[in-house]
Design a protein around this ligand. Structure first.
Ligand code: GUN
Ligand code: ZN
Length: 435
């Protein structure tokens, strides 16, 4: 099926942390994005392309809007949707008092399906078209999420959490069941439509040596399968890892020892990584997910992204909401927090850099940049359409925006779900904001 949208189109042809911003931006005023069979068939000036289209093709016209690649959330826990805004704790207490209580509810498949539906519809309301998502320890939690995502043809990456210690008994698997259940989910879902399986040890403290070994073996068996986990988020967590793994030099060495640092392995946070650990990421090709709203919410600290992105050997970096420690589904709000985090390390994050991280940068970090993250012929047709005047304040403020980068900066500082006018998934409109 052929569809088309018309408006100002923004995408990235280069990396604004490494090249001049103007060379990275692909901005076209009054362009047409033509989509066919889930992919972008053409993108160019509306005046040129319109005459080439069948006369009966309805074109969705978005004047005064910005058409972007769909946003990519590189690190998020769908089961935690129901416990966002849980008061008063830092990471380890927050996990025990809130997270591990909530996640037990996912033994119930009906509940898991309901939460998956709410989660995916919130993502679409926020222009997010791909997430790299944690389930719970229950394989059915991932099954439900994949089923619901398949219904709307979303590109999604997800995995069953593996943990066999330091959590309530109802949430524990074993080295063998973690391996077998993850393997069965790979065989059932990996590469099925737009789904990809992700091997998902929760984090080092909740996996025994035996479990990490089994998951390393699984990763070796499936070298193209992504891996996700957490690293170096909180100082007490880091001290605990030192105690639990006295034979490892540091936190990154734990994952490295078990073969879990490699290309397409993406770790949330990495706020307190040492220079040696950053080098281990560089050597291995593993990625980081920057989760600033979560880091501020849990009082964890904040990532200094410069050593990752500006190094001669950069570490692929994407943005994550990390719900439910994260406080918003909105990637605009996540960019807002990323700006604050960058400021706290002495150098601002530009709007062009932030939008890059939320789109193409995220796709690179997840190893799917050949499929999504850009608007160009051949890419999968996932789009977010932003209304640049979505609130009275934005309507007023935008009158004074002098150029594109200022307009983008205003959106990421003041915009949220209200700015998302429509979301397209594989060429079909999957969400339209009610008037
Ligand atoms: N570390 C281990 N599990 C989690 C989690 O669910 N959320 C966050 N923010 N950090 C974690
Ligand atoms: Zn997380």
């Amino acid at each position: 099926m052929k569809t088309a949208v018309r408006g100002d189109v923004l995408s990235f042809r280069g990396n604004p942390f490494r090249e001049a911003e103007r060379d990275c931006l692909a901005f076209q005023r009054d362009a047409l994005v033509v989509m066919e069979n889930g992919r972008i068939a053409a993108c160019g000036p509306a005046a040129e392309l319109l005459p080439t289209l069948p006369a009966d093709l309805a074109v969705a016209h978005y004047p005064d809007h910005l058409i972007l690649p769909g946003f990519i959330d590189c690190h998020v826990h769908y089961p935690q949707t129901e416990m966002m805004a849980a008061y008063g704790e830092q990471l380890l207490d927050w996990l025990h008092h809130y997270t591990f209580v909530t996640e037990q509810g996912f033994a119930d498949e009906t509940h898991a399906r309901e939460v998956a539906q709410v989660f995916l519809s919130e993502q679409l309301r926020n222009g997010v078209t791909t997430g790299c998502v944690f389930g719970t320890v229950h394989p059915a939690s991932v099954e439900m999420l994949f089923q619901e995502a398949a219904r709307i043809n979303l590109r999604i990456l997800a995995g069953k959490v593996c943990m066999d210690r330091h959590a309530p008994p109802a949430l524990l698997d074993t080295p063998l069941t973690a391996y077998e259940q993850s393997r069965a989910l790979i065989q059932r879902w990996h590469g099925q439509g737009r789904a990809e399986y992700v091997i998902t040890p929760r984090f080092a403290p909740t996996s025994s040596y035996g479990q990490l070994e089994m998951l390393g073996a699984l990763a070796a068996e499936f070298p193209d399968v992504a891996i996700q986990s957490h690293i170096s988020e909180n100082l007490d967590e880091i001290a605990w890892v030192k105690q639990l793994f006295p034979g490892c030099r540091d936190y990154a060495s734990v994952y490295q020892r078990y073969g879990l640092l490699r290309p397409r392995a993406i770790y949330g946070h990495g706020i307190h990584l040492s220079d040696e650990e950053l080098d281990a990421f560089r050597d291995s090709g593993a990625s980081l997910a920057h989760c600033p709203t979560s880091n501020f919410f849990l009082g964890s600290g904040s990532l200094n992204l410069r050593p990752c992105v500006e190094s001669a050997r950069p570490i692929p970096l994407g943005l994550g909401t990390d719900l439910g420690a994260g406080t918003s589904f909105s990637m605009l709000q996540t960019m807002n927090a990323a700006y604050m985090a960058a400021q706290s390390h002495g150098k601002p994050l530009s709007a062009v850099q932030a939008f890059y991280l939320a789109t193409r940068g995220g796709a690179e970090a997840l190893g799917i940049a050949d499929k999504v993250g850009r608007i160009a012929p051949g890419m999968e047709a996932d789009l977010a359409v932003l209304n640049l005047r979505s609130t009275p304040l934005l309507d007023f403020r935008m009158r004074y925006a002098r150029d594109l980068s200022e307009a983008l900066f205003i959106q990421m500082m003041l915009g949220d779900d209200r700015a998302v006018a429509a979301t397209y998934v594989a060429g079909s409109r999957a969400y339209q904001q009610p008037r």
